[in-house]
Write a protein that binds this ligand. Structure first.
Ligand SMILES: Cc1ncc(COP(=O)(O)O)c(C=O)c1O
Length: 390
């Protein structure tokens, strides 16, 4: 730390990435073969994409045009295919002009919020929140206003509670459903109530549906796109990382109305010029050919979630708050321990690595997040056994 220059107090005031901090607890330790470390911290698909998708990207890369910059808002065939995909999923009519392809859903959030808010504004963020959302808002000088869910709601926030938090600085409400970190899927009526609230107060409703494909096939999670004026309020975010196992290729999408899109285009031009072209080629191929493959994976993930639900019922000292997508959010059995102390205890005694609830906001000391996506079905019962013993 010897530089003479200043750093932004807004960025310096934000804590570093929590997953790295927790993994440091296990670094340097040797784990016995009969009780290896089980790392349940990160939500990343373990399997590679399907072979035909990989072969397609290899062919794409042999085209000299593949290495050039692309359009700022994404390659037109992908914008078209994704607009058609989202329209089919939501029984809606979304046009390619209403879609921007970004370098992952994190970037979609960043560009959307930069285009929507200025320093001094505030944004309502249900707590526990996806940590990168809170980190980015604070880096922008935008205040996250926490919205806690009520006991017994299964992790679902209430629009009436949110209304009481709105003041003259509020610009947007953020929802993630299915949720990271809780796994909770918000009922359509809840999402509709938040949309109506945002509309009434002329706020943006940011809806991150990174995990929409993990719902049972044919589910309609909400009907917001039925509103012919959806683009006046809704900003929709999506990730190709999870569905097609493309996390490293950085492809996501933002869907919004024309006025916001014009601002998003300026931000995208500065931060990325265009999303990675190989990732876009992969996502396009995925939408055209790999959705059945993805369905097999997401169905298997849902079954694994149910396996975990049954297994943890056998460890009654642990209370399951909610479960879905990749995650279970749990109340740990040690009221005298902070969440980080509970995590440390589990790694020290049980070789089990989880994230503390405090990574997802203040007041989460009784909770931990567990990404069951990271273990094979055969290890789910072992995880529950170690939790029970911990
Ligand atoms: C809710 C949510 N949004 C966005 C992301 C990031 O997605 P991407 O890899 O597309 O940036 C994640 C990844 O964990 C997530 O859980």
């Amino acid at each position: 730390m010897s530089e003479n220059h200043a750093v932004s107090p807004l960025v310096a005031g934000v804590e570093g990435a929590p997953i790295a901090a927790v993994r440091a607890l296990a670094r340097g330790r040797i784990f016995p073969a009969d009780k290896p470390l089980i790392d349940l911290t990160q939500a990343a698909p373990a399997d590679p994409p399907p072979d035909d998708l990989v072969a397609h990207v290899a062919r794409f890369l042999s085209d000299p045009q593949a290495h050039r910059y692309g359009d700022i808002l994404g390659d037109p065939p992908l914008r078209e295919a994704y607009a058609a995909h989202l329209s089919a999923f939501h029984h809606a009519a979304i046009s390619p002009e209403q879609v921007a392809i970004t370098a992952g859903c994190n970037q979609a959030f960043c560009v959307a919020l930069m285009a929507l808010c200025a320093a001094g504004d505030s944004v309502i963020l249900p707590r526990p929140h996806y940590f990168n959302h809170a980190m980015w808002l604070r880096m922008l000088g935008v205040r996250p206003t926490p919205l806690d869910f009520r006991q017994g709601s299964g992790g679902v926030p209430d629009a009436g509670d949110a209304e009481r938090l709105i003041d003259g600085t509020t610009r947007a409400i953020v929802l993630v459903s299915p949720n990271n970190p809780t796994g909770a899927t918000y009922p359509p009526e809840t999402i509709a109530a938040f949309h109506a609230l945002a509309k009434r107060h002329r706020l943006a409703l940011i809806l991150d549906e990174t995990y929409k494909d993990f719902l049972p096939e044919g589910t309609r999670p909400h009907r917001l796109f039925d509103d012919p004026a959806w683009a006046d309020t809704l900003v929709h975010l999506y990730s190709f990382s999870k569905v097609f196992s493309l996390a490293g290729h950085r492809v996501g999408a933002l869907t919004a109305g024309g006025r916001l899109m014009a601002e998003v285009q300026k931000v995208m031009d500065c931060v990325a010029i265009c999303a990675p072209r190989a990732g876009q080629a992969a996502a396009l191929y995925g939408l055209r050919h790999a959705l059945p493959w993805a369905r097999g994976k997401t169905d298997a993930m849902r079954a694994r979630g149910e396996l975990f639900r049954r297994a943890i019922a056998g460890a009654p000292s642990w209370r399951l708050v909610s479960l879905g997508a990749y995650f279970a959010y749990l109340e740990h059995p040690w009221p005298d321990l902070t969440a980080m102390e509970a995590v440390r205890r589990l790694v020290d005694r049980e070789n089990l690595l989880l994230l503390p609830g405090t990574a997802f906001g203040d007041g989460q000391d009784r909770h931990v997040r567990l990404a069951y996506a990271n273990v094979a079905d055969r290890d789910v019962a072992e995880v529950a056994r170690r939790l029970a013993k911990g």
